[in-house]
Design a protein around this ligand. Sequence first.
Ligand SMILES: NC(=O)c1ccc[n+]([C@@H]2O[C@H](COP(=O)([O-])OP(=O)(O)OC[C@H]3O[C@@H](n4cnc5c(N)ncnc54)[C@H](O)[C@@H]3O)[C@@H](O)[C@H]2O)c1
Length: 344
Amino acid sequence: MKKKVAIVGAGVWGRTHAFLYKEHPEVELVAICDQNIEKAEKFADQFSIPRVFVDHSTMLDELDFDAVSIVTPDFAHGAIVVDCANARKDILVEKPIATTREDLIRISEAVSENNVRIMTDLHNRWSPPFAVAKQMLDNGELGSPVSAYFRLNDVLWVATDMLPWSSKSSILWFLGSHSVDTLRWFFGDEVETVYSVSSSGVLKNLGLDTTDIYQTILTFRNGCIASMENSWITPNTNPCVNDIKFNFTGSKGMVNLDLSNNQMIECFTQNESKHPDVLVNHFVHGKAKGFAYESIRHFIDCLVTGDEFLIKLDDAINTSLVVLSILESAEKSIPVKVEYFNSD
Ligand SMILES: NC(=O)c1ccc[n+]([C@@H]2O[C@H](COP(=O)([O-])OP(=O)(O)OC[C@H]3O[C@@H](n4cnc5c(N)ncnc54)[C@H](O)[C@@H]3O)[C@@H](O)[C@H]2O)c1
C-alpha cells in the first residue's frame, strides 16, 4: 500500500518536497496545509493534492495519513513537530528541527513516547563534493581529523527577497545548522565549546532586523578545532547563491572545496552572465536531480523500506543546541560550553 503523506508549508521549499513525493511510485500526496489559504490552494492545484488545510491540528484530527513534511519558517517547526509526533506521524522536518531549548526537549519526549520516525533535512551530507571528501577521510587517506575552516554564506537576496521571515530567523539557523552538522559529521564527535563574534548593519540599514554575519570558533570533545563563517550579505552578483569554502585538515592529508563559483556552465546573454546550478536542485528530463532532492528521496525510500534514516534525531537536536550556544556566545561576547541533554 502506498504511504500517504501531507506537507505543512506551501512555500518555496515545500515545492521541493512536493516534486519528490509526486515522483515516487510508493507515495501518495494526500494533503497540503498552509496558514495562507490562497497559497495552499494554488499549491494543491499545481501538484493535484486532494485536501487543503489552514491549520495542522485540524488536518491531524480529520485526515488519516502516515507521514508529514514540515516546511514552515525556521521558528515555526517545533510546535508542529511535537503535535505530529503526538499524532503518531513519521516526520521529515526542514532544518533546524527547532529553535528553542524548550521545543527541543518537547520533541525529544514526544518522539520517544510515540515511537515515531523522524529525520531533519540536513542535506549537506548528500552534497557530492562533501560526501567524496568524507569518503577519503573514512578510507584513511587523510589520517585522523584535526581541523576545518568552513564558510557558508548566502547572497543578500536570500534575506531581502527570498525569505519574508528573515528578520525572525538568523543566518545561523538558516545556514549555520548545515555548517554545524557537516563539521560534527566530519569530526565524528560533538562540539564542546563555541566562541562567536558577529556584525550587523547592512541588513538593518535595509530595514531587516537580523545580524549580517557570525564568525565562530568551535572546539570538539575529541580535540578537533574549527572556524566557521555564516553571513547573508554576499553581493548578489556572486555566481552562486551560496559562497562556500571548506578546508579540512587531517593528520595525513587535506581537502579543499571551493563551491562558490561552479563554472561548469557559463551562460552569456545580452543582459547578464550566469552559471546555472547543476549540483543542488535542478531538473533533467523532467526528473528532480541534485543533492537537495537526494536527502528528501532518502527519507521517502526509508519510509517505504523501514531502513534507518542517515540523519538521526540526536544529529538534529545537538546541531540546534550548538546553534543556540553560538547565539548566546555572540550576544554575550564570551565562550559558551554546549549543554547537551545527555551528559555522556
Ligand atoms: N534544506 C535547505 O537547504 C533549505 C532551503 C530552503 C529552505 N529551507 C527551509 O525550509 C523552510 C521553509 O522555507 P521556505 O523558503 O519554503 O519559506 P516560505 O516562506 O517560502 O514558506 C513557508 C510557508 O509556511 C507557511 N506557514 C508559516 N507558518 C505556518 C503554520 N504555523 N502552519 C502552516 N503553514 C505555515 C507560510 O504561509 C509559507 O507559505 C525553512 O525552515 C527553511 O530554512 C531549507
